[in-house]
Design a protein around this ligand. Sequence first.
Ligand SMILES: Cc1ncc(COP(=O)(O)O)c(C=O)c1O
Length: 399
Amino acid sequence: MNVEKIRNDFPLIKQGFIYFDSAASSQKPKIVIDKIKEIYESYYSNVHRGVYRISAKITEEYESAREKIARFINAKSQEVIFTRNATEGLNLVSYILSDHIEEGDEIVITISEHHSNLVPWQQLSIKKGAILKYIDVYNDGRLNLEYLENTITERTKVLAIGHVSNITGIIHPIEKIIKFARNFEHIYIVVDACQSVPHIKVDVKKLDCDFLAFSAHKMLGPTGIGILYAKEELLEKLPPFLYGGDMIDTVELYETKFNRIPYKYEAGTPNFVDAIAFGYAVDYINEIGMENIYNHEKKLLDYFLSKMLYLDFVELYGPKDSKDRICVVPFNVKSLHPHDTASFLDYKNICVRSGHHCAQPLLKRMKVGNSVRASLYLYNTTEEIDIFIDALKEIYKYL
Ligand SMILES: Cc1ncc(COP(=O)(O)O)c(C=O)c1O
């Protein structure tokens, strides 16, 4: 993997920013940015509507993007729904499953969830009188599966789990959990794959999940576009989410026949420009190869941890090793507010996130307040880590 060549493809990286905030949103390669500009300038028109040539071209490219993304996660193209982002995908699932949840039913999630895979289930439980149960974590954020038999039971209707933690970068053993959950017939299995699809190979058939959601903007694609994968037979039988144009086949005054899937779940004009550009991001990732990306990140994480563990003025959270992890590292400079650390790093053109990272229950469980989070991706280097470590040492000197 030629990282120098890759860095050259990212305009913002070329400007000299040390971008360590890819878990929040990744940078975009020029081919993605150029594609958006090209569409608006050269053949912009609506999708699925016009018979004229430029509209037909848009429709063809939109459907081709769907096919590429489907292949990327080993799904059928009719199982891939374009959404605004992962959050919308997860809310969509909680909405269409709501008729299946009754008082006393159980919904199982983990303490490690991003708010996007927690609040929708919490609110559904409140509304339906269902019981929300949590799979616990150890102090370092790894899932504690000791009590799985007591947590997932005959009464469980939904299991919704995050694949990779956005706080610790831990890749959770969801295959094992899903296998256990499949002992019960009536469980819908939902995966929040927002932090996994960009970094590790995800195969929905192998995982055997019913639903899986992720966002384009965390994997080199544009903002405002995401994916919800769902098994074909479920999309056929479950109700639509939104009503309106495109999701219908025929409309009578008192009756509507819905469109075939996936269109039944794509009401209104979709964000087709960004969907097409997302397809280009997937091409770009495929060209580099997911395995190469994972190995590069593993090397970065090992290097990062080896340096951070030597800094006695830094408190490192999460596991201290790189086993089953992507390169996401939460920490604090002791006695310094995370926003101050992040602001100081900003003076050095280093971008990191600081705050609660949209997973407050996990931070509370790990007895961590707000923190700084460095998250790296395919365009980062060990040289950038060296600059980052020197910047932290400088902060300490000023303290
Ligand atoms: C694990 C996880 N799930 C869900 C989301 C929500 O993604 P989006 O804001 O793109 O909907 C995020 C975003 O940070 C995330 O990290």
